[in-house]
Design a protein around this ligand. Structure first.
Ligand code: ZN
Ligand code: MN
Length: 255
């Protein structure tokens, strides 16, 4: 199988690969607490693993991930109260995205995909892409962005939550979805005996600054992770990767 990881390629290998106009994937993660059972790098591990799966299928290249993300918020990431949650300001993240697009564009790349695995990154990645596209003004440049979980179908979510207890993607922090995907891709990094089973966080429908730690469950998981399994992780990964590959072919082959 052909290697898809940029970090493992030499420049002559990359030069040769670029003649085939591959999509360049940039996984977008965070350094953020993920409960007592998952490592701080979950959003990097999962965006990279999913991007690698799709890139392998469509002949893309996975560039190094953004390992830091926009600020963890209490209602979607548990907030910044836990050791090891290291946040970027929004403008820093946007400018990193803009600079990366500039650089790939300078090397003649016209197909880029920001593959997001951290909820709070969404609008700052969007802003960075918009700044770059506005500046570069190359009609042939195409940039895609998404959160991989938005590709999960209703049928997949029914298989992952058979008793119909799916709450929301925001609350799924360090819970069944991320734990199952980690059990599938990186089982050695999951402390299975510490998988939390706390009741759902019940935050109000607004934010307050400074944030109030009492809206975040003590475990750091926003809802139970007890139903996680490697099989559920595989079901989500296979379905989403297939549908992402289809969407990417549609986006990039059309040009
Ligand atoms: Zn996460
Ligand atoms: Mn996150």
């Amino acid at each position: 199988m052909q290697n898809v990881l940029l970090s493992e390629m030499t420049w002559p290998q990359l030069k040769e690969r670029l003649t085939r106009h591959p999509v360049i994937f940039i996984p977008c993660g965070a350094t953020e607490q993920h409960g007592p059972h998952l490592p701080l790098g979950v959003d990097v591990y999962l965006s990279t693993a999913m991007a690698t799966k799709v890139a392998t299928e469509i002949g893309g290249i996975v560039a190094p991930a953004l390992a830091y993300g926009y600020k963890s918020m209490p209602r979607s990431g548990g907030g910044s109260f836990f050791p090891g949650t290291i946040n970027l300001d929004g403008s820093t993240l946007s400018h990193m995205v803009r600079d990366i697009i500039r650089e790939w564009s300078r090397h003649g790349v016209q197909k880029l995909c920001f593959f997001d695995g951290h909820f709070e990154n969404q609008w700052f990645i969007t802003e960075g892409i918009d700044l770059a596209v506005r500046e570069i003004r190359n009609p042939a440049l195409k940039v895609m962005r998404f959160e991989y979980w938005d590709f999960f179908t209703t049928q997949t979510l029914q298989q992952v939550f058979p008793s119909g207890d799916f709450s929301s993607i925001a609350l799924e922090h360090a819970a069944v979805i991320e734990t199952s995907l980690m059990l599938h891709f990186h089982p050695d990094l999951v402390r299975k005996e510490l998988i939390p089973d706390n009741p759902s966080a019940n935050p109000p429908p607004y934010d307050v600054f400074p944030a109030d730690p009492k809206f975040t469950p003590k475990s750091g998981a926003l809802i139970t992770a007890a139903g996680a399994s490697p099989l559920k992780g595989k079901i989500m990964a296979d379905q989403a990767a297939a549908d992402i590959a289809t969407a990417m072919r549609k986006t990039f082959d059309a040009s």
